[in-house]
Write a protein of this length. Structure first.
Length: 367
């Protein structure tokens, strides 16, 4: 039975199936697009990424869209499905307003130093490029020692696997009919991934509080299948357990899942690892002119920094002391701390190693 809703009529008069007749939104016909809006090079890129045998064949657009079920309708009057435009169009935002990802780096609550990047294009490339930017510009590592362990401990401000799961879930579960982009905001205290809408009615407020979100139905089944083929998603409600495990293994606090009473949005808050929390007293550019400090004061500050932040490279210590470049006074203070044994090299046999860090001597701490 054909729909009678005028909203399902194409501008050329072709009557189309309604979204309600489709398994999910991304499997619905898009009335505003034509087969020519599907880009064969993007299909070939996707097939290459998943190692499909189809890349070895001589593909034309009609063969590709038919074999991959990207269109629907009689010959000569086929229209793309939404999934085809999400995955294989250079500008899906032309069909789904605000279908992009914004990443905002906000080092200061006043907005000073704020950096914003927008990732558009095919949905799968948005994910890949946004995650690449976060990995290169946000993810950081700390190495430190404790008195009860011989081995050094390595932690990240945000474990990448947890971030990936949160971002992929946001893209997978968002409603592409809502004119709101996905926003990832990074502050000194946390990373927030905000998407629309919020969790469905299957998830109670208690579920959110207990970090037990789940869903038996998805609005973007086809998109999920493609993301699984790319190795970006797994399905089976495994995303959140993987995120929690990754944070736990990193020694990070658990995330928060927040929404409003109307469930219009979901905010996933991933806290920064405590070793990366900036304690203002240690950020020395807030503590007067560094050039006026005595040698003993510099040494005390270096010890406090290392006790709080763990093993650090010399250049990072200089930065936290407020020096734009290597300070002779600070350099001499480090030499004295090494000589007294209060501070040790992470790799004592390789003082010039590019991975070198300065650490508090755990033996001194026990004394």
């Amino acid at each position: 039975m054909l729909p009678t809703n005028p909203g399902n009529l194409h501008r050329d008069g072709l009557e189309l199936p309604s979204v309600s007749r489709c398994y999910s939104f991304d499997d619905a016909i898009n009335a505003e697009a034509s087969v020519s809006d599907i880009r064969l090079p993007l299909i070939e890129d996707f097939l290459n990424r998943i190692g499909s045998d189809m890349v070895n064949e001589s593909l034309d657009l009609d063969t590709a869209v038919t074999s991959m079920r990207l269109v629907c309708g009689p010959p000569g009057a086929s229209r793309p499905l939404n999934i085809a435009l999400m995955m294989f169009n250079d500008h899906p935002e032309m069909f789904f307003p605000y279908a992009w990802i914004d990443v905002v780096l906000m080092p200061d609550p006043t907005g000073d130093g704020m950096e914003e990047r927008t990732f558009k294009g095919p949905v799968y490339l948005q994910i890949i490029e946004a995650l690449r930017f976060i990995r290169n510009s946000v993810i950081a590592e700390r190495i430190y020692k404790t008195s009860d362990r011989f081995e050094s401990i390595r932690v990240f401000n945000y474990p990448f696997e947890a971030v990936r799961e949160a971002v992929v879930n946001a893209v997978y579960h968002r409603d592409y009919r809502i004119n709101e982009q996905i926003t990832i905001t990074v502050t000194p205290e946390h990373m927030e991934i905000k998407s629309f809408p919020g969790p469905d009615g299957e998830n109670t407020d208690e579920d959110l509080k207990n970090l037990e979100m789940h869903s038996a139905s998805y609005r973007n089944n086809r998109l999920g299948d493609y993301l699984k083929e790319l190795g970006l998603a797994e399905g089976g409600n495994t995303g959140i357990p993987k995120m929690l495990r990754s944070l736990r293994n990193n020694g990070s606090d658990p995330p928060e899942f927040l929404t409003d009473p109307s469930r219009t949005y979901l905010r996933v808050i991933i806290p920064v690892h405590e070793r990366f929390l900036v304690a203002n007293p240690l950020i020395d550019h807030q503590c007067g002119n560094p050039k006026r400090r005595s040698r003993e004061e510099i040494k005390e500050r270096i010890v406090r920094i290392l006790e709080t932040r763990g093993c650090l490279p010399t250049r990072e210590i200089m930065s936290m002391l407020g020096y734009k470049s290597t300070s002779r006074g600070a350099y001499e203070a480090i030499k004295e701390l090494l000589s007294s044994g209060d501070v040790v090299y992470l790799y004592p046999d390789k003082p010039q190693d590019s991975r070198q860090r300065l650490c508090i001597n755990p033996k001194k701490r026990q004394e």
